[in-house]
Design a protein around this ligand. Structure first.
Ligand code: FAD
Length: 706
């Protein structure tokens, strides 16, 4: 089950999605990002982001983590110790292999030729075989008939299933357990748990229906709704037309589904209702006073799974089918596990690619000898193995961090984006080694192609979640040192009536040039800034941390072999761990510089934040690779070193502080092309008629951005 993740607001807001219609302007408790959007005069986005951040905050509160996120500490200190960085590898070693019978049952089913139907779908024989081994109840407590397994054990199963060609089964089981059973275990009543969890253990399909025809990443704007049903004391569900739930994985007739719906057509509250889908469609002509249909969403990916479009009209729901929680909060709560499992699956898929490509390269002659003899095919093999290892290392580290009660902010996001990115790159690398046969209809490499692409969109679109990650891991710093200054810039963008000035008069960046173009407001802002506590706090922070950097400078020339911290790593990996930790600490300056350079313009500047997010992702991945493979054999350490070397090259190519003017120039060019396209003035596509989109939605009046 792959749920949409609304783009989390950037630290200081950037072009975030539109707001839930009836949310008040961001209040005091609202996130810094929402306040900054308001400061930039973008009330609609401020409402949207505020609502999404509220749901995320509620989920974090329910998780009740007891330690600041690892990524935040890698940037702002204190530096995590080696045992914490290696905790994922240690946990996986100790996890044992309780899920092995599930993998064995699937492989045996495949060897009997029963695993997939003639049209490539997961077969009932396969589902029955793994159900017997409690695959669908792996992490469900024993009191509900489950195996009571730990998520790190499930990750090992998910990886091995994907590595052996059962990626779609891994997708199905992950959906059942991370958001299906996961939401019931965390938010269900005892009665709901007793009712639904045993059904999941028995292999009943469990889906999560948030996305709609008309609503995608902007989850808080769901338009499906329920109305109270005075006759039964329950509800009636309305999800018709472009309120239909779309692309719902695991949704099938007779299965279970968690439906996210607004309570009241224009209600503020977004609820969650667990219901069983009828065994067949119910048309209006059936005369039951309500309608239901479950049809294929016609997606070209996840083709072996159920993936459906659901229609409900006046559909009866009983009171006890309501989960007492905000549907989007439940999504955020369960998403962290969904992403760790996606990374585990991505690791398995990449091992599958590497195994098939290695076998081909060893047996196939290219120009001047076996394909395996040549450097580029070897580099491609290294990319597949490196992607597999990094996805596994990040997944296990995230799962152990979660088990230890550490806030997963940052790590849960970059784990998913690093895994999805490497999986797609490995798909291409595999095609470069195998060649034409990678596109054979019977090839599992060919089968996997669509899934590798969609891994970058589901469970949160990679670029958006990386921006959200930057916001999460810098939120403490931003709230403490930057929020005050946002208020100052907001104040000079308000008229005497306190209302935001018109967009063309708003100042989003105060630069030396502003002194000449608008000296009055520049002087006002400077005077107010000097009276703002957080401005002096920031000055103090810069002075103190600047002094520390100065004192640390001589350390840069100390040989790595002299630094005790890195002696716990294999020799070949120490320099990469040191590089990653040093650069992660410097991110605190890159983030500050990016904010001081773009100021409120960061409300629209996604490129700098996406690049910052990507660099943090690459650096944390290098660190996870080094510490994970420290517990494994030389062959894995060789793979880790190769992957770290390639990641280090990318980090060096992604200039941050020294790239600010280049990013501003790039943004200008993107803006020019974007404006042409938006106005229909791009000659390259002027005479190309766009294909009508699938699943048409009703166009709604867009509020003019104030
Ligand atoms: C195979 C498959 C399985 C799925 N399974 C499920 C499921 O089980 N349950 C479920 O609820 N959903 C499911 N989904 C839906 C999936 O999560 C959504 O497709 C996803 O959230 C994106 O929504 P959308 O496709 O409507 O894109 P849109 O919301 O239309 O967005 C289109 C693009 O615009 C980008 N974008 C939007 N706003 C911004 C912004 N402010 N800044 C920058 N970029 C922006 C988005 O990142 C996205 O890439 C599934 C989808 C697929 C394809």
């Amino acid at each position: 089950m792959t749920t949409p993740t609304p783009p989390a607001a950037s630290p200081t807001p950037n072009g975030q999605p539109a707001g839930a219609p009836n949310q008040a302007a961001p209040n005091q408790g609202s996130s810094t990002a929402a306040k900054a959007l308001a400061a930039a005069g973008d009330a609609e986005s401020a409402r949207d982001v505020g609502a999404l951040d509220d749901a995320a905050r509620q989920a974090a509160a329910r998780l009740g983590s007891n330690r600041t996120s690892l990524v935040e500490r890698l940037i702002y200190g204190p530096m995590p110790d080696t045992s914490e960085l290696q905790s994922g590898a240690v946990a996986a070693e100790r996890a044992g292999r309780r899920g092995q019978p599930i993998v064995d049952a699937a492989i045996a089913c495949l060897q009997r030729g029963e695993a997939f139907t003639a049209d490539g779908k997961l077969s009932s024989e396969l589902r029955a075989a793994v159900t017997k081994e409690k695959a669908y109840g792996f992490t469900v407590p024993a009191e509900f008939g489950g195996l009571d397994g730990r998520y790190i054990e499930l990750a090992l199963v998910e990886e091995d299933l994907a590595a052996n060609g059962f990626g779609p089964l891994a997708v199905e089981i992950s959906g059942e357990l991370t958001i299906g059973a996961g939401s019931l275990l965390a938010y269900g009543t005892d009665a709901q748990k007793r009712t639904f969890l045993p059904l999941i253990v028995q292999g009943e399909m469990m889906a999560f229906g948030l996305t709609e025809v008309g609503i995608g990443v902007n989850a808080k704007k769901v338009r499906a709704y329920v109305e109270p049903d005075p006759a039964t004391g329950g509800f009636r569900l309305f999800a018709m037309g472009d309120r239909n739930k779309l692309w719902i994985t695991n949704a099938t007739h007779g299965g279970l589904v968690g439906i996210v719906a607004r309570v009241g057509q224009d209600g503020k509250q977004v609820g969650l209702f667990v219901l069983r889908l009828p065994d067949q469609d119910i048309p209006a002509s059936a005369g039951l006073g309500h309608e239901f249909s479950c049809v294929s969403s016609n997606t070209g990916v996840f083709t072996a799974n159920y993936n459906s479009r659901l229609h409900f009209l006046n559909f009866p729901i009983s009171k006890d089918q309501q989960i007492q929680a905000d549907g989007v909060e439940v999504l955020f709560y369960c998403l962290r596990m969904g992403r760790c499992m996606l990374a585990a699956m991505a690791s398995g898929y990449q091992r599958m690619f590497a195994a098939d490509a290695a076998s081909y390269a060893k047996s196939r002659d290219g120009v001047g000898g076996a394909v395996i003899k040549h450097e580029l095919p070897r580099q491609h093999l290294g990319r597949m193995l490196g992607g597999a290892l990094q996805s596994r290392a990040l997944s296990h580290l995230s799962l152990q961090q979660d088990a230890d009660g550490t806030d997963l902010a940052g790590l849960r996001d970059l784990t998913k984006s690093a895994a999805a990115t490497s999986a797609l790159e490995s798909q291409i690398a595999c095609e470069r080694v195998i060649g034409g046969r990678a596109f054979d209809r019977s090839s599992r490499v060919h089968e996997a192609r669509g899934n590798m692409h969609v891994f970058g969109v589901v469970e949160g679109e990679d670029d958006l979640i990386l921006m959200g990650m930057v916001k999460d891991v810098t939120d403490t710093f931003t709230s403490r040192y930057m929020a005050g200054m946002l208020g100052v810039i907001q104040s000079i963008n308000e008229g005497p009536d306190g209302k935001p000035l018109p967009a063309e008069r708003r100042l989003l960046r105060l630069t030396p040039g502003t002194l000449f173009s608008d000296p009055k407001r520049m002087l006002t802002a400077t005077r107010r800034l000097l009276c703002t506590g957080s401005f002096w706090r920031l000055k103090g922070w810069i002075a103190w941390n600047g002094l520390i950097e100065l004192l640390r400078l001589p350390l840069l020339v100390v040989p790595t072999r002299w630094i005790p911290r890195y002696q716990l790593l294999p020799v070949g990996l120490r320099r990469y761990a040191r590089f990653a930790e040093t650069r992660l600490r410097w991110i605190r300056w890159a983030y500050l510089g990016t904010n001081l350079f773009f100021q409120l313009e960061l409300t629209r500047a996604q490129i700098p934040l996406q690049r910052l997010g990507k660099v943090i992702e690459q650096l944390v991945t290098m660190l996870a690779l080094c510490h994970h493979s420290a517990h494994h054999d030389q062959s894995e350490q060789n793979v880790a070193a190769l992957q770290c070397e390639q990641l280090m090259t990318r980090v060096k190519g992604n200039r941050l502080l020294t790239g600010l003017f280049q990013m501003q120039r790039l943004r200008g060019l993107v803006g020019a092309v974007g404006d042409d396209v938006e106005k229909g003035q791009n000659s390259l596509i002027a005479d190309v008629a766009p294909q009508p989109v699938a699943h048409v939605w009703e166009k709604r009046e867009r509020k003019k951005k104030g």
